[in-house]
Write a protein that binds this ligand. Structure first.
Ligand SMILES: [Zn+2]
Length: 339
């Protein structure tokens, strides 16, 4: 049987639902009713209401130190924090407590369970929204990005910041906030500055990236005016395009597009999509999939083949040449629109 590595996380969470009392007892947490409220046992806080565990969701939060940002706000994160284990070892700890073994499960069966669980979850969980006052600390002064050739101006516009607080999830990362379509901050993403895996990490985990775009707030007006959107894969590709004047560029956070994202483009009045994905195998496959999904609604042009590297990595000279190709498409679309 060929299990994905995240199957163990999924199975641990599933089994934890039916064994939660046993797990909490082993962790030394006593629950009466559906919630546990106590001082945070992970960082050893003294605020008597600093920590909450919700039994119906098997989720928790530490309201004074936000320990969940380091370990994850699910049951695996709670075990990891309390037992000083990695998330992987915490998942194994849970399976052990529940007498569960990955070998007992067919991968297909797990996929079915995931499907059911995800459908349930979508109805229930509203994304966390962060306080906008945080933006004042995001001044764009990020040495890592500046060393890679991004201007302070553009970093300011995207609220770049360097995460330097040890113990926090995004520690030693060069970061940006992520906004939802109503311009609320729903999370953050950070590029490791010391080349640890993964290169880009998101906070919180499971943030609904497929319901927004990177750079939506910054690109909105330009997209409405031009009725044209340039789609790229990565966060730095977006910055690079904006730096060269293509302010109607949005990032997909990867190489697929969701129905929600397609609807968002419709709401913005998009007429033309220009694809500038990474010219590697994954990017070229993505071009076909994204085109197939979008071409009934929009005119789709593909410039991915014209790039020698990811948009964030090509030389200034190449970017200037490439910009002419983008402009040619934008101009011809505008003419068509007017006639
Ligand atoms: Zn705590």
């Amino acid at each position: 049987m060929n299990h994905q590595q995240n199957d163990i996380f999924f199975l641990a969470k599933e089994l934890a639902y039916t064994n939660i009392d046993n797990i909490l007892e082993l962790l030394g947490l006593n629950s009466y009713g559906n919630r546990i409220i106590c001082p945070c046992p992970i960082h050893g806080g003294d605020n008597p209401t600093g920590f909450t565990f919700y039994k119906n969701k098997n989720a928790w939060g530490c309201w004074t130190h936000h320990c969940e940002e380091e370990f994850g706000s699910d049951i695996i994160g709670l075990v990891a924090g309390l037992q000083s284990l990695s998330r992987y070892d915490a998942a194994k700890w849970i399976l052990n407590v529940c007498n569960g073994s990955l070998e007992d499960y067919d991968p297909l069966e797990i996929e079915r369970k995931k499907f059911l669980r995800n459908n349930k979850r979508e109805e229930k969980i509203a994304p966390k929204i962060y306080n906008k006052e945080l933006l004042s600390g995001m001044d764009g002064n990020v040495p890592y990005f500046m060393n890679r050739g991004f201007s302070l101006d553009i970093l300011k516009r995207f609220y770049g910041f360097a995460a330097n607080t040890p113990g926090k999830r995004l520690y030693r990362r060069a970061c940006f906030p992520i906004f939802d379509p109503s311009d609320n901050i729903i999370g953050f993403t950070g590029r490791s500055v010391v080349d640890q895996d993964p290169k880009w990490l998101f906070m919180p985990q499971g943030i609904a990236k497929n319901q927004t775009f990177f750079g939506l707030m910054q690109a909105r007006e330009s997209i409405k005016q031009s009725k044209t959107v340039i789609l790229v894969e990565g966060q730095l590709d977006v910055l690079r395009m904006h730096d060269f004047g293509h302010k109607n560029t949005l990032g997909l956070f990867g190489c697929s597009i969701s129905l929600d994202q397609i609807k968002l483009l419709g709401k913005l009045g998009v007429y033309t999509i220009i694809l500038c994905l990474d010219p590697d195998t994954a990017g070229k496959e993505a071009v076909e999939k994204v085109t197939a999904k979008c071409e009934s609604y929009f005119k789709v042009y593909n410039l991915t083949d014209q790039l020698s590297n990811d948009p964030s990595k090509i030389s200034k000279e190449e970017m200037l040449e490439f910009s002419k190709k983008i402009k040619a498409i934008s101009d011809s679309t505008n003419k068509y629109e007017k006639s």
